[in-house]
Design a protein. Sequence first.
Length: 345
Amino acid sequence: MLTKVAVIVLPGLSLFEFGVVCEVFGLDRSGLGVGLPAFDFRICTPHPGAIRTDAGVTLAVDAGLEGVEDADLVVMTPFPAGSAVPAEVLDALRAADARGARVFSVCSGAFALAEAGLLDGRCATTHWRYTRRLADTYPGTRVDENVLYVEDGNVLTSAGTAAGIDASLHLIRQEFGPKAATAIARSMVVPPHRDGGQAQFIERPIPQECGASMEELLIWLADHLDQDISVAMLARRLHMSERTFARRFRAETGTTPAAWLTGQRLLRAQSLLEETRLTIDAVARASGFSQAVLLRHHFQKALGVSPAAYRRTFRGSEKGCDLDLHDLEEQFGGQRAGTGAISRR
């Protein structure tokens, strides 16, 4: 049974993520009657003393890394991505992995696991801002930017900030059952399980490295997402054949016209769900998906959640979301809400 938990902290520690780990594993909930023990909870650092956090608060840590040696769970907390990890921390992580202890990283803590070699050949994640850096720096790691957490063997990695809650509750659920995880979630006033992954939180701006003509086209497209757009139409705007246009578009944006357009329509839909009271049908038409069923399909496929669930996450409620097409056209200056399909015509 998991009873001994060692948390490794380094200078630049992120307070929120550290607080999450303390909240889940550092509080005695053995009296709740749901099977949770009073964890032997240890906060460890290579050089005991004052640890400066990212918020400017100083944390006094008395224990060295000896607390990691017999821990059932070793948690690597976030630190500034790209900064050096002390050799003794890497050794402690390797030793924990070798003896079969669970190793859990929150956010940028994954870089320490990767530097120690624990992620070689494994699937892992980190905050979406750092996924590309993690993949480039440690090519032996299979990085998934879309999930809230990844478990591969005895190693658990989580995405940024609040994803540490999801991963921690997952671990509790595995070790002590759903009643224990639900009890902790209830006390933290968070859901025991969140739908979707971190794909729904990733910022995907229009690429800025395109040539002038292609950049102008992307800007035009972003302003006409609700219209019926074909590859032939786009090729004509740039005075190219369809084949040449498709090749140029992929070379400059890294994707196909259809995939780019779908992505931008999803961004428009996300913005409308967050910022307006439009119905789901109206959002679908304004973003170019023509009908709610298509919007739901693409939302679920790309973000792992429904439009309604996304709105609840970012706006809080669907109550009062009742604007119709007339209201929609007023908000968007009378733009036509077309079918929004991209075709090969």
